[in-house]
Design a binder for this molecule. Structure first.
Ligand code: CDP
Ligand code: CDP
Length: 237
């Protein structure tokens, strides 16, 4: 059988990381893990418990209550997708809404929050055969990942993609507030002290501003197969 690898996909907000990561995992028979969903679930907990509002987060109180938070991924047999559970409740839909999006980047700057989520992510990837997407997967979670991809696209393209998606789901949003959120999160994610968003030195860049979903999947799948093939080659000398 082919050796299994870890694939780390990092990059800016809303450029298509989870889309390509899911399709890649499906094509390779790997697990897909959305690390952003974990930061979003912690943020939802903060919002529900009055620890975040109006763009502000009560850091000390949230840190104190971290032991109360359990995040799990459970397979939905109908959609064959993993869904996010916060303390036993399915929050997959709620964590994608704008109130969570506007508070998640400040929450994700908190060192204790990152330590707890990274530990869980590393445990889920210990048997390899996983595709994980986020901001610090190639730099902090799996610095030894066999394949690292850094995705990007222009802010306008990304905001348009996210806008189309949310409008398609019936949410009431404006293009301007989405663009603002995308740019604001990029700024906070890149500027924070603990594992900021940056390209790992050994990551391949995928700018998909002008690629559709099929084209970006073809690109990524070819890179993955190359790495797997090269690992499978045993040199006898
Ligand atoms: O899908 P989208 O790009 O909008 O965001 P996401 O992947 O769901 O991540 C939401 C937020 O979580 C990001 O803006 C980051 O602030 C944070 N995050 C992080 O800090 N580290 C990760 N590995 C993943 C997400
Ligand atoms: O995970 P991330 O925030 O990076 O982005 P995503 O949720 O995978 O993608 C954001 C939206 O862009 C989704 O609605 C995708 O279907 C769409 N997309 C696209 O239109 N063209 C691409 N080449 C990639 C993604």
């Amino acid at each position: 059988t082919n050796p299994k690898i870890v694939i780390a996909i990092d990059g800016h907000s809303s450029c298509g990381k989870s889309t390509v990561a899911k399709e890649l995992a499906k094509a390779l028979g790997y697990i897909y893990l959305d690390s952003g969903a974990m930061y979003r679930a912690v943020t939802l907990f903060a919002l529900k418990n009055g620890l975040a509002a109006n763009g502000q987060v009560n850091e000390p109180e949230l840190i104190a209550r971290l032991p109360e938070i359990t995040i799990e991924f459970r397979l939905n047999p109908a959609s064959r997708q993993n869904e996010t559970y916060l303390n036993g409740e399915n929050v997959e839909e709620e964590i994608r809404r704008l109130p969570v999006s506007t508070h998640v980047s400040p929450v994700a700057t908190i060192r204790e929050v990152r330590e707890a989520t990274v530990k869980q992510q590393q445990a889920m990837g210990k048997n390899k055969g996983i595709v994980m997407d986020g901001r610090d997967i190639g730099t902090a979670v799996f610095p030894e990942a066999e394949l690292k991809i850094f995705m990007t696209a222009s802010p306008e393209v990304r905001a348009q993609r996210r806008y189309d998606e949310l409008i398609g789901k019936g949410q009431q949003v404006s293009f301007e507030e989405i663009l603002h959120n995308v740019e604001e999160r990029d700024r906070i994610d890149s500027g924070r002290e603990v594992s900021p968003l940056r390209k790992a030195d050994d990551a391949l860049i995928l700018d998909n501003s002008y690629l559709n979903r099929d084209e970006q999947l073809d690109w990524a799948l070819q890179k993955a197969r190359e790495v797997i093939r090269n690992l499978g080659v045993v040199n006898i000398e």
